[in-house]
Design a protein around this ligand. Structure first.
Ligand code: PEP
Ligand code: MG
Length: 755
């Protein structure tokens, strides 16, 4: 049964339109369950009714005409109760409703299950049978599983369908994701894929089929040439058997085989790279299942050939900086830091991706760069988005595709308001971060993920609270050497001197991978990450520590921060390496005092080891992003659970308040460098709790400073007392919203959701 299930889901998944998906679904399910009828009803929120969308077994003229309110008839009952209904004698049920168009009176057995995606009822799946058949537990379980699996596919197809057949008169479609970087922008969508990766080529509908076919055959011809060239170059060095393989490759690429299949796929409505990826995937899947070693190995060859052809196709029409639209909204399955680099900064206006969530690193980078971003848009139909006009709302996590005039006007107004606010706040930026009752709250910046305008920032901050050193490691093709690192670190240290700069040792793992040092794990956030990696590779950590120390020579403003600390041993081991680095440098003639060293408080275990940590280090820095993820057991990158991820969860607030108190008792200066510090409401809470400094992305400074300058420390403390007594994040957020409103500071918080 599992096999049947998987096959049906795969087939539905591969359907090119909503109609095709529904048709496949009802036909396959009827066959698998050996029953007379299978129908699917979808809920149309505009009509507030369930609509019969497809059926096999009932009269097809009923499709689109039979509609039911929730609670009306058996199907309506399933939709309303959101639970299965299994009846042997359906007409005997008091809610049975007869629709002449369906010819339904002939069927007595009924089994209906709701289709639910992310708590939203999308529709109802029904099977029926003429004779009295008691659908057994197995049937019911099968249909429930089927509906649960199909819900995601259907949600996606529905979104696509919405774009195909606009349900709204103005043709607009709306998509929801996770708000990852604030701001609003009206621009043009550009769908991108990572280079030469068959698995991430988006589906796109070709605008010119002949052109797609032409460029495919050119790309294939180029790869054939390459192969011929390689085989000639290698002729004298490899065996004839190995050489024969090149002939096989050439044949595979010949127009009569792979090429022809790809062309067929293009003509079915797929652009060349997508068609190539589809065909290659199909062959690979087939070959991998074959019980023959030789053929199984050919799967890798096909994949490699496919990648080569794809590389040429992608080369064919690369976007150059001037072919990006003026206000480019980059849309992709997943957006990497490198992809961001491909679009000229002045044209990059927004980011949207299917994967990722608000504290994934691309989100942090986007915030640092001030680019409105929505991630985790799981239902986004990439194929139909390219070149569409869109409104991206980074506050509410919305994307409006082909918006109507009225909405555009509304958003233009919002954008104008934002710009006016930014101007007003800008005037305050050189004023001290001090509350009306005289409490000075030092503000620092997080750097390393973006080029920060040091000159403008420096007079406005108390230092760099977190320099993420991962980026220099991400943009090279190998671990950067000591000199290379030292040069970059020197720029930071010198740029901000005499202000302190907290440099964190390499924090890779989790969602931060180095292309030349891949870490593949089932649970990367619980795995080899941060200090765990660098202590296992002391050669990498030593080079980094030496580079940091060397860079600080004569400046004295370096502080070193250790990420992902869980055990006291890790601190001891890192300190030993630091001391060794100091001795080595001294031997080379560079005498340096040991810099201040701190640990990140981001693994919950550290909350219970504060005394032991305090005895070893000079400061704490709270990573509220990870602390939230680990305390709540919610992956910070997973859009499915994004709504559960909230740094204002009562447990997180309680942990933070306890930490602030303990740090004060232990006299360890403690700052917060996670995203909570850059949220005006979060910043006030942290100030009220007694943290010594807040470190955030530069674009968050104006709002946080404005909040601090208007709210007294006494009010912030009261805010903490009130919220700590609240049982849910929702209540905390609502209370914060109310207070900001009472203080007439609503404009500092994200606009409220109205869609
Ligand atoms: C954190 O975890 O809050 C933090 C600041 O570090 P990162 O986001 O880089 O993991
Ligand atoms: Mg962290």
């Amino acid at each position: 049964m599992l096999d049947v299930l998987r096959r049906i889901v795969q087939e539905v998944n591969g359907a090119r339109s909503l109609e095709a998906a529904l048709a496949t679904m009802v036909r396959r399910i009827r066959k698998a369950m050996q029953t007379d009828v299978c129908s699917v009803y979808l809920f149309d929120p505009a009509q507030d009714r369930l609509v019969l969308m497809d059926t096999i077994g009932l009269h097809t003229q009923a499709v689109g005409h039979v509609t039911l309110r929730l609670g009306e008839g058996l199907v309506g009952l399933v939709g309303q109760r959101e639970e299965p209904l299994n009846l042997e004698d359906a007409p005997a049920h008091p809610l049975f409703r007869y629709f002449k168009e369906t010819g339904e009176e002939r069927f007595s057995s009924f089994l209906g299950v709701p289709i639910i995606h992310q708590r939203r009822m999308l529709g109802v799946l029904v099977v029926q049978q003429k004779d009295n058949r008691r659908y057994d537990e197995g049937d019911e379980a099968f249909l429930v599983t089927m509906a649960a699996q199909l819900a995601g596919v259907l949600a996606h197809a529905l979104a696509t369908g919405t774009l195909n057949r606009p349900t709204r008169a103005d043709g607009m479609a709306t998509f929801k994701g996770v708000a990852a970087s604030p701001g609003v922008i009206i621009g043009e969508a550009v769908v991108i894929a990572p280079p030469a990766d068959l698995d991430s080529v988006p589906d796109l509908i070709p605008t010119d089929v002949d052109y797609e076919v032409r460029r495919l055959s050119e790309a294939i011809a180029q790869v054939r040439n390459e192969i011929r060239g390689a085989s000639e170059r290698l002729a004298s060095r490899i065996t004839t058997q190995e050489l024969a393989l090149f002939d096989v490759y050439e044949q595979m690429l010949a127009d009569a085989s792979l090429g022809q299949e790809v062309e067929k796929r293009i003509r079915e409505g797929q652009w060349a790279p997508g068609a190539l990826a589809d065909v290659v995937r199909r062959h690979v899947k087939y070959l991998e299942r074959v019980d023959d070693d030789y053929l199984r190995e050919r799967a890798a060859d096909i994949r490699d050939l496919g990648r080569r052809v794809l590389a040429h196709l992608q080369e064919e029409n690369p976007r150059t900086p001037d072919t990006y639209p003026e206000r480019c909204i980059l849309v992709g399955d997943e957006i990497s830091v490198t992809m961001l680099g491909e679009v000229p900064r002045e044209k990059l206006a927004g980011l949207v991706s299917i994967r990722g969530s608000s504290t994934s690193h691309v989100a942090i980078l986007a915030r640092a760069m001030g680019i409105p971003t929505v991630l985790g848009m799981v239902d986004l139909p990439l194929p139909r988005l390219n070149s569409a006009q869109v409104i991206l709302d980074g506050y509410r996590g919305r994307l409006f595709v082909r918006p109507g005039e009225e909405l555009i006007k509304r958003y233009q107004h919002l954008i104008a308001e934002e710009q006016a606010l930014a101007k007003v706040l800008e005037h305050e930026q050189d004023l001290p971060s001090c509350t009306p009752d005289g409490h000075v709250m030092p503000l620092m910046v997080n750097t390393g993920l973006a080029v920060d305008a040091v000159g403008v920032l420096k007079p406005r901050i108390s230092g760099v609270g977190l320099y993420r050193t991962e980026v220099p490691f991400m943009i090279t093709e190998r671990f950067p050497g000591e000199q290379e690192q030292a040069r970059l670190y020197r720029e930071q240290l010198e740029g901000f001197a005499p202000l302190p700069v907290v440099m964190r040792t390499l924090d890779i793992g989790g969602d931060k991978d180095l292309p030349y040092f891949p870490i593949n794990e089932a649970n990367p956030f619980l795995g080899w990450r941060g200090i765990r990696v660098t202590l296992d590779h002391p050669e990498v950590l030593m080079v980094q520590l030496r580079a940091m120390l060397r860079a600080s020579d004569g400046l004295g403003n370096l502080q070193i921060l250790l990420p992902m600390i869980t055990n006291i041993d890790e601190v001891d081991a890192a300190l030993r390496l630091l001391d060794r680095a100091l001795i080595e440098l001294a031997e080379e003639g560079i005498q340096l005092a040991r810099p201040r060293v701190g640990v990140m408080i981001e693994v919950p275990a550290t909350l219970y080891q504060l005394e032991a940590l305090a005895a070893r280090v000079d400061f704490f820095s709270v990573g509220s992003n990870d602390l939230t993820q680990y305390l709540l057991a919610v992956d910070r990158n997973n859009p499915r659970v994004a709504e559960l991820y909230d740094s204002c969860h009562p447990a997180v607030l309680a942990a933070l308040a306890h930490l602030a108190q303990e740090a004060t008792r232990l006299r360890v200066p403690t700052s917060v460098c996670g995203e909570l510090a850059g949220d005006p409401a979060g910043a006030l809470l942290l100030m009220g709790m007694g943290f010594d400094a807040l470190s955030m992305n530069a674009p968050s400074l104006p709002r946080v400073r404005a909040a601090i300058r208007r709210v007294s420390l006494a009010s912030a403390r009261d805010l903490v007392d009130q919220t700590l007594a609240m049982p849910t994040s929702r209540e905390v957020r609502a209370y914060l919203g109310k207070c900001f409103s009472d203080w007439q500071l609503d404009h500092l918080l994200p606009p409220k959701d109205e869609h």
